[in-house]
Design a protein around this ligand. Sequence first.
Ligand SMILES: O=C(O)CCC(=O)C(=O)O
Length: 343
Amino acid sequence: MKFKTSLLTRSLLSLTVGAALVASAGSALAQAKPLAGQTVKMMWIDPLTGLMGPVGTNQYKSWQFFQEKFNASNPAGVKFDVIAVDNKLSPTESLNALKQAVFQNGVAVLRDQELTPEQHIAFAKRWGGIDVNPFFPTNSGWPEIAEVRKAEDQKDNIGGGWHTDHSFDQIPAMGSILVARELPPVGGDTLFSSMGAAFDSLSDGLKQTLSGLRAVHTADHIYQPGGYYSNTDLAGEMTGQELSTRAVHPVVIRHPVTGRRLLYVNGAFTTHFEGWTREESLPLLTYLSQLGSREDFRCRVEWKPGSVAIWDNRATWHLAENDYHGHRRVMHRITLTGDPLAA
Ligand SMILES: O=C(O)CCC(=O)C(=O)O
């Protein structure tokens, strides 16, 4: 599939990392499908409690559960692995297995679901708290659910540049659970990039330098009046323009669960290194943005009706491809509360 650079991509990149990255954003990735011959584990979710577990009764909708692994050494960029969850696991143990898969691999996809908004919310609560997104439309009728939506007549999309969600918060969101509601006939994939693989690829010298740095994150240039969205055809739908955001985080963090070291700056929300001017910061931020979006650190999620993706914001960046003009795409996102970040 040909990569198309959206207006958001262009704006964010020119803001933070410059036009060079646009030119480098080619894409020829493998697709998010289980490998032939592998077993796909069936899981179910309890509509009332949001608990998930192995299928064993007809009373629940089954889950197809596979995880998507980033593989820095594979030029194709993606390796898929179907998790073998033991049928004897309890629902809570199964959910814990899914959580571990997301923490270790960055993103997991569940296929063929029929989650109602209430089930989506109940499932999200099983992961911890919900961070209500103050900027996206919430037209689903549930305040916990942000709508990531593009209409047939709109040209701009939400999330069209590489980013990680809510890095501008003091305690950034752990991740998100994104449910496909309406999909275009083709396109509209989401790309993910592994920040563990990006960090591992650095020289010892740059690892050491970055480990001593902190960076400033804000979304004011995105959501405030005069910011990115005010110049798009999404302007009338976004909210929270009066809000101001700012947070300072280590440039290299440790994953709170796995302990893996991760690069934690992103092209959308990181403006400069603490104690450095923006001009001084830009060359290094540009380099890191180019590195982090390298094809061999990425995987692609192809959406299908009933797909649900769960990702870890600490361990990944993501980008929503804007290559389906003339068609409608509606996704429901619940943002999951995170933990304080530490080096
Ligand atoms: O629509 C998508 O695929 C992802 C949207 C996005 O970037 C986000 O919710 O942060």
